[in-house]
Structures are given as C-alpha cells and as structure tokens.
Design a protein around this ligand. Structure first.
Ligand SMILES: Cc1cc2nc3c(=O)[nH]c(=O)nc-3n(C[C@H](O)[C@H](O)[C@H](O)COP(=O)(O)OP(=O)(O)OC[C@H]3O[C@@H](n4cnc5c(N)ncnc54)[C@H](O)[C@@H]3O)c2cc1C
Length: 308
C-alpha cells in the first residue's frame, strides 16, 4: 500500500480482513493524509454510518484496525523494480501494490512573497490546534475548501480576514454563504498579496486589487496559506503506470495499466469520480477483491465479511 491517507488505511484493514499481509508506506511522519493534515478539527458529515466525525477521530478509528507493523512512516516511495516480482525501493517485495497517494506527497504551494526568519515563522501551511491562533488577527489566503474550512474553524476564536484573488470561490458555495451570513469573517476579494514586511510584531501585507489600482495594507499576527499542493503522482509513470490529466488511469477493478498495480482514492481517475472519502473506501474494497481473485484464482471469492 502506498499512502496512509484514509483510503490507504482502510484498504490495508480490508486486505487484512481477507487474510492478506500488508505494509503501508507513508511519506509523512504521521498517517491520516489530507483530513489529518488539512482539517483535523473539521466535523465530516458524509462518512457512511457516522452522522458526524472529526477528521482526527476518523484517522484514530482507521488506525485501530491496524497493527504497528503494518505502517512505515517517513518513507516516500519512488522506485519500483519489476524483474523479479514487484520490489518497492529495493526493500519491499510484494505480490500486488495499491497506490493510495491522494494528490501526491504533500508539498504546499508557497506564499509568493519572500519572507525570512521571524516573518516566515508567522506563515503557516498546516495547523493542528486552532487554539494557537486564539485572540489574534489572522489572514487566510486561498479560495478552495481548505481556506473556507479554516475560516469557519477560526471565526469564533480569532479575527479572520479571508483574501482571495477572485470574487468567486472554488470551495463549496454553501460554506461561502455560511461564512458571509455569520458576519464574523472579513472578505477581501479580489485581492492579491504584493508586499510583505514584519513590523511591530505583525506581518504587514500589501494587497493589490485585481483588475483595479487600489492597494491596501493589512496587518496580521499570523497568516495561513491554502494555495493547494503540487501534485506529485507522476513518479508512477516511470513504472509504466499511465496517468490521464494527472490522475492514475484505472479499469473497473481499480487496476492500473500495469498488472498487479491498483490505484484507489484521490490518486485515481475515471469519468464521474468524485474526490470524497466514502468513494475511496468503496474503491479499496473493489481493489482488494480483485487482488484476491488475481492471487488465488482457484478460490471462490468470499465477499461478505461474516463468511471470511
Ligand atoms: C479542506 C478539505 C475538506 C474536505 N472535506 C471532505 C469531507 O467533508 N468529506 C469527504 O469525504 N472528503 C473531504 N475532502 C476530500 C478528502 O480529504 C479526500 O478525498 C481524501 O483525503 C482522499 O483520501 P486518500 O487516502 O485517497 O488521499 P490523501 O488523504 O491525500 O492521502 C494520501 C497519502 O499518501 C501519502 N503519499 C503521497 N505520495 C506518497 C509517496 N510517494 N510515498 C508514500 N506516501 C505518499 C501522502 O503523504 C498522504 O498521507 C476534503 C478535502 C479538503 C482539502
């Protein structure tokens, strides 16, 4: 298994349930993927069975189904040798691989202005504890779901200004409406950050109006940058795995263009796919069933967990 996001963790659990030995290789030092890194505090409302569950709790529950031996953190997979079976990074000989790398190894797109030392310390790309910003003036930069979720989370704790280069947001419209209705967040759109300096213990950021001449200065104690992540799934193309528009192409059994290599979760793409966790869980089940059929063609497939 490559990637210990929610989908990789569930795939490993489901594979173990079917009696398969698994190892999950995760590039970060902790498991959980996007929910754990980007929105651990958020209440997720669309995980089957749970009316609501925080992302951090979801990771905890997914990990409860695994043992320590299943998970290797701090290992970014890059190499595959296919001469003598499948060997990952010259170290792990496996019969099948499930790629569950999401958008690829996390590499946040940087704030476009140069900051050094003390200023850099006030620029954040992840955070775990919203309380660290309590009572402060916080600038949130970005227009996707992460920026909106962070604004929502901090709105009651801090003085939040949301800065985006367009009037329209990429994130969910309902989140934008909710934030606007709350009146707790100041919207600065369409503005782009053009200058930055640290003065009097605050970041002074010059914001230039997009399509206009206005430049205004805003002061923040800290800023949070949610400009997204650079996708880094192209490493698998060296293995012969085909990608379409940056996503790993799979067939109906979640198999890639290389036999024995499957892809699930946000890493894969096919017409109509929706990038949410529940869909990834289903894909993990399809992939594991296909692997069982592939590895043990003589066995009749046990589909229901009660019969395993
Ligand atoms: C702000 C925000 C809010 C969201 N809200 C919801 C929601 O309410 N409900 C919902 O269902 N979905 C939501 N999503 C989407 C959801 O988070 C993703 O669909 C889900 O995380 C995909 O899971 P995954 O396991 O496929 O990938 P990820 O969560 O991206 O995990 C992939 C893992 O693979 C690791 N990895 C990558 N490359 C390598 C490598 N080369 N070697 C080893 N490890 C590697 C990464 O470090 C990461 O840990 C939200 C997303 C965002 C950004």
């Amino acid at each position: 298994m490559i990637g210990a996001g929610p989908v990789g963790l569930f795939a490993a659990y489901f594979a173990r349930l079917h009696g398969l030995k698994t190892v999950i290789l995760e590039s970060l030092n902790e498991p959980g993927g996007q929910p754990e890194m980007l929105y651990p505090f958020k209440k997720i409302l669309d995980i089957p069975v749970f009316q609501e569950i925080t992302a951090a709790d979801l990771t905890k529950r997914l990990l409860a189904g695994l043992t320590d031996q299943d998970l290797v953190t701090g290992h970014k997979v890059s190499k595959l040798t296919q001469d003598d079976g499948l060997v990952i990074d010259d170290e792990y000989q496996v019969r099948s691989i499930i790629i569950a790398t999401g958008n690829g190894a996390f590499k946040a797109k940087k704030f476009p202005l140069k900051a050094d030392g003390a200023a850099e310390d006030r620029i954040h790309y992840f955070f775990k504890n919203p309380q660290q910003f309590a009572g402060q003036k916080i600038g949130i930069f970005g227009g996707g779901d992460t920026a909106l979720d962070w604004s929502q989370e901090l709105a009651d704790l801090a003085q939040v200004t949301l800065v985006h280069r367009r009037d329209q947001f990429r994130g969910m419209e309902s989140s934008v409406d909710k934030l606007k209705a709350s009146g707790k967040v100041t919207f600065r759109t369409p503005y782009l950050p053009k200058s930055l300096q640290l003065a009097g213990g605050q970041l002074k950021i010059g914001l230039k109006q997009v399509g206009g001449d206005e430049v205004r200065e805003e002061s923040f104690d800290q800023i949070l940058v949610a400009y997204g992540f650079r996708a880094d799934n192209r490493f698998v193309s060296k293995w012969g795995v085909e990608l379409k528009q940056g996503l790993i192409d799979v067939d109906r059994a979640m198999q890639t263009s290389v036999a024995g290599i499957y892809a699930v979760g946000d890493a894969c793409g096919y017409p109509g796919r929706v990038p949410i966790i529940g869909i990834g869980f289903g894909e993990a089940q399809i992939a594991v069933n296909a692997i069982m059929q592939d590895l043990f063609p003589e066995k009749s497939l046990t589909i229901h967990s009660t019969s395993i």
